[in-house]
Structures are given as structure tokens and as C-alpha cells.
Design a protein around this ligand. Structure first.
Ligand code: PMP
Ligand code: GLN
Length: 389
């Protein structure tokens, strides 16, 4: 239908998220989809049984604005057990419609027009648009190839009187890099004495490899009092489509968060929250995730060892980066396109996480897949590269 309205677009240059673009291309081409991050296997039936049980028991009306008390209590218990900080389930835990909404709402609650927010590139794609939607300015620090560790001297230089927020993400999507205790110490020195809010995206908190601990900002004595920490059940329980996440933080920050949350979503799907509260009671389900994905990471890396791809370190998340300069001189978007159409494996070009299109000739594979999917992808890659080389 035509509209007579002349639209002055808020975001004239904004395209469609790379995850949607690559997943659609994968489907159109019949490619093995290792692009968008989601598992191709099922969660346990106990979770679905619990959901069904709560629906049939009549728990189908609005949940309280901040989330079902049962789930908030389970989250507070988990965070206390893992990171040693006891948040008040009533005033310091809010259930959200996934991490994406939590991040958007946190940004909207604290960032005003003209405020600056520091992010680390390559940066998860939703942060910049959230900041710009509320009139903030995105200030970009760069994580350097190949280890993608923050350069804290650079961050210090980027902090100004207008810095309202710094957004952290560890384990990091897309690089798989993980913040260390030294990193958190440097961050603490930079923000000490300021009013900077830290927004910590920790959706991969349970997916760290080789015995690394997850250092949550909410477990750090100097950082926790100024941090909102976000997580997502989508990653932890293999249910990205449920879109349930949460945010924890000091009551005063949470109160501001909820002022926006109540008019942004008001409240989140209730029966799912109750099912998750039941399911969380068995801690082995989230504690076992690191070993589960480490096996997949190792299997996938072993399968790719036969190809000319240069595999970068992967300390956490379910993403594996690879440099392809031994195979092709194409820019990464063109390479990802070629790989999807011609080789039959869809990946994410990492330049999509850089505002200026900075391209290190690196692509991201998602290995949250069944063994047969990873084997099929590796088979296609070995064959495809043999043709190309
Ligand atoms: N942050 C990061 C770093 C992610 O990778 C994702 C999703 N993969 C999200 C946020 C969004 O999570 P959700 O699906 O719960 O909105
Ligand atoms: N976070 C997922 C990824 O990194 C995708 C989520 C989305 O499609 N927005 O692939």
C-alpha cells in the first residue's frame, strides 16, 4: 500500500540486521546455517513439560511488572551462588523480553541526548542503534585482532565529561574473548569517582572454556555498585526463541530501569517464567554448559583443521572466528556471500560489527549445532576450498 506521508527517517542509513540477512540467504541457498547464533537442537523435555503444566494450571494472566517472584528469587539465588553478591529479588532483579530488550531499556533509562556511550568494536549489533535511538552518541574503542583484548589506555582517552555509560560484553560476541581480572581492575580505575553506569552484557556467562571462570561485573566490589548486568535464558537453555532474559543491579539503578521497562514491555510472558524458575532449580543445567560447548568447540576446530582457515582463539561463547586470507582476497561480506551461495555454509562477516566497515578478513561461525550439522558444514568447506585454491 502507498502512503501519502513523507517520512523523514530516523535512521535513513540503517539496513536489516546481519543475522536476519545471513539466515535468509542461508535458507534461500540451502546452505548449512552457521551464521545467526542459535542451537539447532532441542532443549530438554522437562522445560516444555513445566511450561505446559503452568499454562494448564491457569497461570496465564499478566505477570507482575518486574517478573514472576518465583523466577526473580531463582535468579537472585543463582547470582549469589556464582558471583557472591546477593541482590534483592523484589527491587534488584527484573525479568525482560530477552537481553535485547534489557539492553535497549537500560540505555533508554540512563542515556540522554548528547550523552556519550563507550562500546568496544567489533560490537554486538544492537548497542549502537539503542544508543542513537535515544539521542546518545556512540564512542567506539577497538578490540585488536587477533586477541581482541580491550586497550584500556584507549578507553581512558575516550572518557569525557559526557560519558554516561560503558557497555561491556564478556564472553564477547563475535570474538569469543573474555575479560580478565586485570581488565576489570583497569575498568574500575577508569570509572572510579565518575557517574558512569556500566551495562554488562553477560549472556554467555555460562559458556567459558578451558577452566576459565566467568568474572561477572556483579561480583566485583568496585564495579557492582554501578553496574546493570544482563543475561539471557535463550543462550543458557537452548531456547533463543523464548526471548526471556533479566537484569540485576543496585536498587537505585533498577528503579530507573523499571521506569522505562513498565512502558516498554510492562511484563514478560508469564508461564515461561514459571517454567524457567522450576528448571533453574537444578544448577547442573547451567553449570554443565561450558563442558557441553567446549566439546562442540573442540570438535568443530578439529574438523576445520583440515582447511586453510586460520582459527582464532575461542575462550568463550558459541562462536568461532576464522581468518580466510589463505583462501581468498575478497572483503569479508563478499566472502561470506560466496561461502553461502557457492560452498553452502553461511557465516557472519565480522566487519558487520564495525561502524566503519573495518575488515580484518575474518568471519564468524556458530558451533551451537548438532555434530552432523558441523560435519556437513566441514565437509562442504573442505570441498569448496579445494575447488577455490
Ligand atoms: N547480547 C549478545 C552479546 C548476544 O549475542 C545476544 C544474542 N545472541 C543478545 C545480546 C540478545 O539476546 P536475546 O536473544 O536474549 O535478546
Ligand atoms: N545474537 C545472535 C547472534 O549473535 C543473533 C540474534 C539476532 O538475530 N538478533 O548471532
Amino acid at each position: 500500500m502507498e502512503t501519502p506521508i513523507r517520512i523523514a527517517s530516523r535512521f535513513p542509513d540503517m539496513g536489516t540486521t546481519i543475522f536476519t540477512v545471513m539466515s535468509k540467504l542461508a535458507a534461500d541457498c540451502g546452505a548449512v546455517n552457521l551464521s545467526q547464533g542459535f542451537p539447532d537442537f532441542q532443549a530438554e523435555p522437562e522445560l516444555f513439560d513445566a511450561l505446559h503444566r503452568h499454562m494448564k494450571a491457569g497461570r496465564n494472566q499478566y505477570a507482575p511488572m518486574a517478573g514472576m517472584p518465583e523466577l526473580r528469587a531463582a535468579i537472585a539465588d543463582k547470582v549469589a551462588a556464582l558471583y557472591g553478591t546477593r541482590f534483592d529479588a523484589d527491587s534488584e532483579v527484573t525479568v525482560t523480553a530477552g537481553a535485547t530488550q534489557a539492553i535497549f531499556t537500560a540505555v533508554a533509562a540512563f542515556v540522554r541526548p548528547g550523552d556519550e556511550v563507550i562500546v568496544f568494536e567489533p560490537v554486538y549489533d544492537s548497542y549502537g542503534p539503542a544508543i542513537e535511538a535515544v539521542g546518545g552518541t556512540v564512542v567506539r574503542a577497538r578490540l585488536q585482532f587477533p586477541n581482541y583484548a580491550p586497550d584500556w589506555a584507549q578507553v581512558r582517552a575516550l572518557v569525557s565529561e559526557r560519558t554516561r555509560m560503558i557497555i561491556l560484553n564478556s564472553p564477547h560476541n563475535p570474538t569469543g574473548a573474555v575479560l580478565s581480572a586485570v581488565d576489570l581492575g583497569e575498568l574500575a580505575k577508569i570509572v572510579a569517582g565518575t557517574d558512569i553506569v556500566l551495562l554488562s552484557d553477560e549472556v554467555y556467562e555460562h559458556i567459558l572454556f578451558d577452566g576459565r571462570p566467568h568474572l561477572s561485573l556483579c561480583g566485583h566490589p568496585e564495579l557492582a555498585p554501578r553496574s546493570l548486568v544482563v543475561s539471557s535464558f535463550g543462550k543458557t537453555y537452548h531456547i533463543t526463541g523464548w526471548k526471556i532474559g533479566y537484569v540485576v543491579g543496585p536498587a537505585a539503578l533498577c528503579a530507573e530501569f523499571r521506569k522505562i521497562h513498565q512502558f516498554n514491555v510492562f511484563t514478560v510472558h508469564g508461564p515461561s517464567q514459571l517454567a524457567l524458575a522450576d528448571y533453574m532449580q537444578d544448577a547442573s543445567r547451567h553449570l554443565g554448559l561450558a563442558a557441553f560447548y567446549q566439546e562442540k568447540r573442540d570438535a568443530f576446530r578439529a574438523l576445520l583443521a583440515a582447511t586453510p582457515l586460520e582459527l582464532l582463539p575461542c575462550a568463550g561463547t558459541y562462536f568461532q572466528l576464522a581468518r580466510y586470507t589463505a583462501i581468498s582476497g575478497l572483503p569479508d561480506r563478499a566472502f561470506a556471500d560466496w561461502l553461502t551461495r557457492e560452498v553452502g555454509v553461511a557465516v557472519i562477516p565480522v566487519s558487520a560489527f564495525h561502524a566503519d566497515g573495518h575488515d580484518e578478513r575474518v568471519v564468524r561461525f556458530c558451533f551451537a549445532k548438532r555434530p552432523e550439522t558441523l560435519e556437513a558444514a566441514a565437509g562442504r568447506l573442505c570441498k569448496g576450498f579445494a575447488k577455490q585454491c
